[in-house]
Design a protein around this ligand. Sequence first.
Ligand SMILES: [Zn+2]
Length: 286
Amino acid sequence: MTGLLGLGLRTAAGLALSAAIAWAGYKRESLSRSGLWGAIVVGTLIFGLGGWVWGLLLIAFFVTSSALSHYGSRRKQSLAEHFAKTGRRDLGQTLANGSLGAALAVANALTGGTHPLLFFAFTGALAAVNADTWATELGILSGEQPRLITTGEPVEWGTSGGISSLGALASVAGAWTIGFLALAFGIVQGRLSGMPAGPRLGWLPLVAAFAGLAGSLLDSLLGATVQATYYCLHCGKETEQPLHRCGRQPIFLRGWHWLDNDWVNFVTSLAGALVATAFGALVLYL
Ligand SMILES: [Zn+2]
């Protein structure tokens, strides 16, 4: 009964906190109206069912990516025709980044919140989307022209599948940050609950860095190969959006029709979770 009560209270607190943060994101124009709802659902599930450490990691992702997408926004506008991710995140984008984390939080509640491997998986999923966001938002400001991950051919700033040294560095930094915070919050939680975190949590920053880098590379690889890409005849530009920002409908150029940027981000988080789970299993059980 106390367990259920605790869960109910935490979920209510999660709802209040998620609503407050998502509202602030909406006001700051980081979220669209549908994105606001997506963020509230994802935030409530992760806080309520994952616990406050999971919730704080989600906040770290949300706050840093919103801040980075505002950072240098004028330069991004002028640089990047392709740049679809910047600005307001909608429902599809919030679910692409957060739905796997929310599902892992549900699994965490169902298993009684005792499985450390789920924490590794969650950290990996979040590390991957954080890595990808940091790489996208900072890589676009790179002075060095990005190159396509597959052929090495120079491409326009912001092109899906284009990579740069700054982008790769930002990706590892973004992933490592999530892993470091997972470790730090895990230690504090261990102290507070009187159940010290196992020494193996110390692997989290490294595991997260690997998971995030793997996720971002996969993201770029998919972006360069099978992600749906369109061409606006009016502007003479490639775009990953089925509706170009000039308001006209572009023609389909290449890739798989259904594989839009949101699906690519979801696959990125899945890859991060899988890599972190594999590494987590090694350090926890070997
Ligand atoms: Zn156009």
